[in-house]
Structures are given as C-alpha cells and as structure tokens.
Design a protein around this ligand. Structure first.
Ligand code: FAD
Length: 292
C-alpha cells in the first residue's frame, strides 16, 4: 500500500521505523531478533536505508524482502542515487518493482567512504534530478528527505526549502524529516514549507539517544543540534551508566513525539539504528497515552 494512502485512510497517526542492512553476520543475527520485536509493535510501515553509490544494494534488497515478504510489513525502500548512472538506477528500481515495493524515498546520498569510487558520468547531482528521472518511469509513491535545521551543505534555510519545493514539484508525494532535538526546529520548518506551497505530508523523524558516541557522531555528520536540554539531561545522569542514558533518551523522545502528535503530525518515524528497546519504550507509552 502507498504510504500516502495509509495516511489518508488511517484515523490515527502512523508509527514507523527505519532500519539499515546489517554489516556483518553477527549484526544480521541480531537484526533478526530486532525485526521480530519491532514487528510485534505492529508498525504502519518500516523503511530500509540504501548505501550511496549502491554499496548496500544487495543487503538493502534482502532486508526489504524479509520485511515485506516474510514479515508482511509495508515498506519504504530508500534509494541514494549518488554517483549512479541511469542504467544502474533503473536496475534497482526494476528489482524493487518486481518485489512489489510501492514506496521509495529518493535521496542524493553522500560520497561513499571508498576513496576509489568514481561517479558515473551520467549520474545526477541532486535528489530533485533523481526524482525527475524516476517519476515518469515508475508508479512508486515517491518521498524525499527534508531538514528542519537546514541541510548541512545548504547555502541558507531559504535555499534549502526552495530545493525541497523543487523535489516536490518533480513528483515527491511526502517528506520524511531528519531528526532534531528541539521541536521548534520542526514547527518552524513546517511553517516555511507550507509558506512556499509544499503541501505534501511531512513526517517528522525521531532519533532516540543510544550512546554519547553515536549522538555526537551522527550530529557531526548531519549538523543536527545537540540542544542544551539534551546536554543538561545527560550531565545529570550517573557517570558511564549506559542504561540510564538509553532510558533518558526514551523519555526525551516520548516527550518530543507527544508534543508533535498533539500538534497534528501525520505520524512519527523512529530511527531505530537496528535496535528495538527504545522504539518499544516510546511506542508503548505513546499508545498508553492514546496518542497513537
Ligand atoms: C529521511 C532521510 C533518509 C535518508 N536515507 C539515506 C539513505 O538511505 N542513504 C544515504 O546514503 N543517505 C540517506 N540520507 C542522507 C542524505 O543522503 C544526505 O543528507 C545527503 O547529503 C543529501 O541528500 P538529499 O536527498 O537531501 O539531497 P538534495 O536534496 O540533493 O540536497 C543536497 C544539498 O544540495 C542542495 N541542493 C539541492 N538541489 C540543488 C540544486 N538544484 N542546486 C544547488 N543546490 C541544491 C540542498 O540545499 C542541500 O544542501 C537520508 C536522510 C534523511 C533525512
């Protein structure tokens, strides 16, 4: 089912999870347990990341296959087209189409870490160009990424919104946002989107705090602000208590999601980092509070 149809037909906001393909046999083993636990939470859909340049092509396909065909979950296949030529792009799209995938989220992706990677001469520079390429060729429900604090390379927030509008004008039907630790970033972003005529559903992404190292690493990659509230909350925890940190992250995310849901967002999309404890804690509480 197309995610836009899920939003149109569902009375309540959706809950969804992002997963990435495992990078080792041990991670694959662990991921199976995570998937079982996440599937028990009955998400409306799950999404699977794609390594730019096609680096996780097979792993992403296999994970989608497991989620869709073994677990019966609705999926969004992410597609990061950085450096890929038209033939490679259509090969990936054809394989997703034949698998019955109905939803794709198109992102540009970043330069792969492999220093020898050579972009295809006919590759696309921006996600909007990828959307324009895919849109007329396939019937997928296409989504794109949005950045409440602005994309890290953006010349300005206004320019970033201009390019987001271009992605929607080229055929994107929904937006999933990067995560943020202050809802004001999202509310202001939403306002700016609506002001320029972006009228598709905008699904906020929530990144629970899993570890200080991961928090800092992800924020440095995408430019998300680690707010004073987060830093003060973490500073008040017993030194080195990893469980207490995860629990703090769950409580923080619950408060964030509750406020977003109260404000009428179409759902919340949890970046699980292939873990289930935080997602389960958040979903159970939001359901207990009647917000989902
Ligand atoms: C929900 C979500 C899912 C993601 N999934 C993945 C994934 O699976 N795999 C992965 O590798 N990465 C993923 N990413 C990360 C993403 O690939 C990076 O953030 C990447 O740097 C930008 O991708 P984009 O699609 O937003 O790019 P674009 O929309 O192309 O924007 C990139 C930058 O270029 C600027 N820009 C856009 N269009 C133009 C133009 N025409 N002229 C000049 N400047 C322009 C924008 O302002 C921005 O600064 C995801 C991000 C999010 C939020």
């Amino acid at each position: 089912m197309k995610v836009t149809d899920i939003w149109n037909s569902r009375q309540r906001p959706t809950i969804s999870f992002e997963l990435f393909p495992p990078r080792s046999p041990e991670a694959a083993e662990k991921l199976h347990q995570t998937i079982d636990r996440l599937a028990d939470l009955k998400p409306d859909f799950v999404s699977v990341t794609f390594g730019a340049g096609g680096s996780t092509r097979e792993g992403s396909r296999q994970l989608l296959e497991t989620l869709k065909n073994e677990k019966g979950l609705e999926v969004i296949a992410y597609f990061a087209g950085y450096g890929m030529g038209p033939e490679d792009i259509t090969a990936v799209m054809d394989s997703y189409e034949s698998m019955g995938v109905e939803n794709i989220l198109v992102v540009r992706g970043d330069l792969p870490e492999d220093g020898n990677f050579q972009p295809h001469p006919q590759s696309f520079s921006h996600a909007a160009d990828l959307v324009a390429f895919v849109r007329p060729r396939y019937g997928f429900c296409l989504g794109v990424a949005g950045y409440p604090e602005g994309h890290i390379e953006a010349l300005s927030k206004d320019k970033d919104i201009e390019y987001l509008k271009l992605k929607v004008d080229q055929g994107a039907e929904y937006i999933i946002s990067n995560y943020f630790y202050d809802n004001r970033f999202f509310f202001e972003f939403l306002e700016r989107c609506r002001a320029v005529g972006i009228d598709v559903p905008i699904l906020p992404g929530a990144m629970p705090i899993y570890s200080v190292k991961m928090l800092e690493m992800l924020a440095s990659l995408c430019g998300a602000t680690i707010t004073k509230e987060v830093r003060q909350g973490m500073a008040a925890l017993p030194d080195g208590d990893k469980e207490a940190l995860v629990d703090f992250g769950i409580e923080f995310a619950i408060r964030q999601c509750a406020e977003l849901l109260d404000a009428g967002v179409p759902g919340v999309h949890i970046y699980t980092m292939d873990r289930s404890k935080s997602a389960a804690g958040i979903v159970h509480r939001l359901r207990d509070e009647g917000l989902l």
